[in-house]
Design a protein around this ligand. Sequence first.
Ligand code: PMP
Length: 398
Amino acid sequence: MSLFSAVEMAPRDPILGLNEQYNADTNPNKVNLGVGVYFDDNGKLPLLQCVQAAEKTMMDKPAARGYLPIDGLAAYDNAVKALVFGADSAVVQDGRVATVQALGGTGGLKIGADFLKKLNPNAKVLISDPSWENHRALFTNAGFTVETYAYYDADKLGVNFDGMLASLNAAEAGTVIVLHACCHNPTGYDITPEQWDKVVEVVKAKGLVAFLDMAYQGFGHGIAEDGAVIGKFVAAGLNFFVSTSFSKSFSLYGERVGALSVVCESKEEAARVLSQLKIVVRTNYSNPPTHGGTVVATVLNNPELRAQWEQELGEMRTRIKAMRQALVDGLKAAGVQRDMSFITKQIGMFSYSGLSKDQMVRLRNEFGVYGTDTGRMCVAALNSKNIGYVCESIAKVL
Ligand code: PMP
């Protein structure tokens, strides 16, 4: 009798399962729109020029690899603060933000979740309906009861904002509200700046705890534009959480570079919060790895490399938008009668296409076009070579 004989097989991760199926598919025209990764027009995962330049300067002056501090590289944490809150932000200058380097955006969420669980063990967590699936799993695993707030309106092809506000208004004080700061995953629908003002108002009036997940800063309207929502929470005088991911914006998926920032009441409070975040890190993986954080800090702290990054990020953003338009045009050209222009009203890497599960299964099985059963497609994986085939295939299942 083995120690593990009663261990059950866990369900496969739906997205990774899709990848496996894609890899095994022998259709020469197959297209993977399942995973949330940006590919360039040649279908290649980009290695940004700014990253290569930073790595070159790092190799020119090889550094030994001692342990980093528990909260990560200071130059990195400071660069994250400047990016997320603005270089001249008073909260940063006053020392009211506690930031730790994290293992990607997921790591930032997890450090925040573990800290919140100690702070308020009975709090509920609300995620959007629908949300990035790992939100539910991650907060559940951190010990929270996870429920949803209304978000997507399939009939309206947009956000059910009245429903969202009603959900937030009905939440108990102390409830943690996980909000997508920009480029909502999976729907592609963000709320407007005016709607954000209302969310901030309710969060403040009801004593809710906002946890902003910023996995796509720069992929929506621009770095500062996407970051503006953070400024609204700061202006309202709230204490809140922001997780940051550079997986997409630096195309550094495998380096696991992210952060968690917590906005506090005072410098002294931020020091206490930071000390607790460090315990979470120390007891999980001790301290973060050097390479990815050094690359990102080098780029963000060097004006030339920073300008190069902004340009490259802008090119990714522009290409995604062009692919959205090409998808709308291509579907029309392929004979689709339904008005698909909603695709250009969505933002970021994903599109909720409105296709049913049956249609997505047919797309996959008959045409080798892979998206999730919910109808989510990664428009950042479309390119000038595969778009025609994708449009024709969708037209055939619609
Ligand atoms: N939050 C959201 C909404 C995401 O879409 C993702 C990545 N798919 C993450 C967090 C996690 O990012 P990372 O890969 O940096 O952990």
